[in-house]
Design a protein around this ligand. Structure first.
Ligand SMILES: [Zn+2]
Ligand SMILES: [Zn+2]
Ligand SMILES: [Zn+2]
Ligand SMILES: [Zn+2]
Length: 220
């Protein structure tokens, strides 16, 4: 007895009718496979009877713009690598400022929602420390001089003064002079001290020498 396909059955079955119309065979649909998006198709009657399997998304693949101002995440289906979904991410940036002695850092966080799940990727950029910026002027106290960092105020190039005597006013026979110690690096000055007048001692010796030579002359 020969059966030929008659019509789709109700729901999950297909019906076959004998040529003479005396018998009906009811079969479950068969053949075909479920794909990601479509149910299996019955090889006999062409009815869709399966359920879509759904995509099997692989690991997220991130792509950042060269300047990291934008990023996207791509998912590839492991069942069929022609199934690709790409989602543009939101970028947020948090920055820790650099200072004289510590590197700063910008943290770029990309966030994308795909299939109701949130995916994130992070890219970090180091901002190199500046190093200190010594001011032009020397600062000083009684014992040392230093330059101050214009950024953080730290003492730089700190060292003891290197004092040299500087004469403010030469002493004369009758008048005292003055001199002070001054740092050759920063110019810090100590209080001036007196140079005694030369008249009392030096002039006295010279006067005696003169007297002696006069006496020698007289003896000739
Ligand atoms: Zn069928
Ligand atoms: Zn798929
Ligand atoms: Zn500094
Ligand atoms: Zn000094």
């Amino acid at each position: 007895m020969v059966f030929k396909f008659q019509f789709n059955g109700s729901g999950s079955r297909c019906l076959w009718l004998s040529e003479d119309g005396s018998q009906i065979i009811v079969n479950a649909h068969s053949g075909g496979v479920d794909t990601c998006t479509d149910g299996a198709v019955c090889a006999n009657c062409g009815a869709v009877y399966g359920e879509p399997a759904g995509h099997q998304w692989g690991e997220p693949e991130w792509t950042w713009a060269e300047d990291h101002s934008s990023a996207g995440v791509k998912f590839i289906c492991q069942n069929d690598n022609s199934h690709i979904e790409t989602v543009e991410a939101e970028i947020s940036i948090s920055t820790t400022e650099e200072d004289c002695t510590h590197d700063g850092e910008s943290v770029y966080t990309a966030e994308a929602v795909f299939n109701k799940e949130t995916y994130t990727d992070v890219w970090k950029k180091t901002i190199p420390m500046n190093g200190h910026s010594p001011g032009e002027e020397w600062k000083s106290d009684g014992t040392a001089h230093w330059k101050e960092c214009e950024e953080c105020g730290e003492r730089l190039e700190e060292a003891s003064h290197t004092f040299e005597w500087v004469t403010d006013k030469e002493a004369t026979e009758t008048e005292a002079g003055s001199q002070h110690e001054e740092c050759s690096v920063c110019g810090y000055k100590k209080a001036a001290v007196e140079i005694p007048a030369t008249g009392s001692s030096d002039a006295g010796d010279a006067g005696q020498r003169e007297l002696l030579s006069v006496k020698e002359d007289q003896n000739k």
